[in-house]
Design a protein around this ligand. Sequence first.
Ligand code: GGG
Length: 355
Amino acid sequence: MQEYELAVLPGDGIGNEVMPEALRVLDVVGAKYGVRFGYRHFDWSCETYKSTGAMMPPDGLARLRDHDAILLGAVGWPGVPDHISLWGLLLPIRREFDQYVNLRPVRLLPGVTPPVRDKQPGDIDFWVVRENTEGEYSQLGGRQGEGTPTEMVLQTAAFTRRGTDRIMRYAFELARELGKPHVTSATKSNGIYHSMPYWDERFAAIAAEYPEITVDQDHIDILCARFVMSPERFDVVVASNLFGDILSDLGPGVTGTIGVAPSGNINPERTYPSTFEPVHGSAPDIAGKGIANPIGQIWSAAMMLDHLGLAEAGADVVAAIERVLADASAPRTPDLGGKATTEDLGRAIAEAVRG
Ligand code: GGG
């Protein structure tokens, strides 16, 4: 029997409510496909920060290293500044394990009503490939003259040739693998003087290696408008760390709910574990109510299965999600217009996988 050792970090808020549903589904997958998932639980969160002054112990990254994959819920909670929680847990994991691809599918699922109502499943089906280890997410910079009229803050974005080329190459390879003919680059080279012209330059150089794939370079402002007005035009969108983060919330927003959106923080070389987490955060407004949509976490687990080489099982889970959503009598959480609990929807998907 194949065995996989998974590090499970529910994190904060609704992360603790959606994670058990993903594990419920994985248990069914394990029984159905004859694989065993071992779960090692880590309760690192903003609570850890409040009691110890750190989001994880000093040897935290070393303790995660030997796992086949990491499943993460959500990070962030009121009372702990967001840059402290993110830079204390999620971002060190992405960097330590060179998870330089943040892969975020954007798909209109059956039975979900999008805000732009004339869209049907199939109209919105593309991938955001977000650079995940550099760019605008940086600790480079500083403050001077604090509290004085000349107070100044500098924040430097860093784009390396290695980092830029490898994310673009990944986007083109993904388009090729999926048989998708088009790659769009998110830029802002009219306003950002150094990094974005460089981004455009590298995009053109890598695109030349893939002559069969057509390309667009859209400034981030019009790209956001096109996500809303004509999402069917996109196949694969490659973006810097910050632009990719924004686009991969906007995309699911256009598909009706961010609650279903999954992501993989991927180390394509498989030298290190990859991390799979829903796009949504800890949602303090609904945390503790048991009504969070677990699909983002379950779909993230499906992406993990695919990454681990269990593609059939991953596709099985996504198909189960789609069947449950298409069934008008199945449980639906409030973000989907229903009154069901997180557990109701998780159980329905687990049963659909069991078949
Ligand atoms: N489950 C994802 C999560 O908790 N995200 C918190 C967040 O703000 N992430 C920002 C990012 O992905 O860069």
